[in-house]
Design a protein around this ligand. Sequence first.
Ligand SMILES: C[S@@+](CC[C@H](N)C(=O)[O-])C[C@H]1O[C@@H](n2cnc3c(N)ncnc32)[C@H](O)[C@@H]1O
Length: 305
Amino acid sequence: MDHKSVLLTELIELLEVKPHGVYVDLTLGRGGHSKLLLENLNSDGTLIVFDKDIVAINEVKVAKTLNQDNVIFIHQDFRHLKMTLEELGYQEVDGIIADLGMSSPQVDDPSRGFSYQEDGPLDMRMNQNDRVTAREIVNTYSYQQLVRVFYEYGDEKYAPQIAKRLILARDIHPITTTFELVTIVKNALPMKELAKKGHPAKKVFQALRIEVNDELNALREMLSDATKLLKRNGRLLVITFQEDEDRIVKQFFNSLAKVKQNRYDPHTIVPEFKLLLRHALTPSEAEVSQNHRSKSAHLRGIIKK
Ligand SMILES: C[S@@+](CC[C@H](N)C(=O)[O-])C[C@H]1O[C@@H](n2cnc3c(N)ncnc32)[C@H](O)[C@@H]1O
């Protein structure tokens, strides 16, 4: 399946692209947001695009989706944003966008191991050069570590039962495929859970993916870097697909935009940032009906004053 960009026009409109500016797309994917952003840039504007998945970068290059001289491709985790831009000679930029999570082609390729619908190796690395795979986690983490990952990143209330089953299964032979894991999860859940709507292994797969790619820490580091790189009137816009990520973005933006008052000092400290939206923007019903994946999307933004 092709990747359908979520909140595409909304995000680019909120970015208010300056035709001669410097912009960064931290999550290139199949280049949907970047393509529209580029259409708003003149030839002397610059677009820097990141993806930690080399397949994404290569596909966009081959498809010539962003076939312009003013695009710089970076195969890198966005947690290294500031250092990478400084190496390229950029101290400040006009806008930064991020559309977190996975792209449809990543999920649809069974060899990447992200999908509980298809059988494949238990991999789940977004960057194929990373060392830790889901297979390693499932076969080496202790009971306590597995329970923590399933609770914290999957909100899976049967985390202890699933971890226990996993350990019993891996004592017989290593767990190597996505379908083996699905079977173990199903065997650990009570009938009433299995009867519910939604795939029984969804939460465990999400939890493992977040752990493999250290997604929440990467997000925290990126937010801190990105806000330091914005010029005056520069904007940072982030789309999240899961509650934990949205909470991190919301709390970080709110803390930057909050008026700080010290009760021992009569002067208030005027914040350097302002929220672009009071509440997160979510997709319209029409978008959700055309692209089910957009259902959980939340878009938040901040502007440097
Ligand atoms: C939802 S897709 C982006 C889709 C894109 N906006 C489009 O319109 O086609 C997310 C992409 O971000 C990449 N990604 C996720 N986390 C990343 C990180 N920490 N650093 C760099 N790229 C990341 C994934 O590999 C994936 O290709």
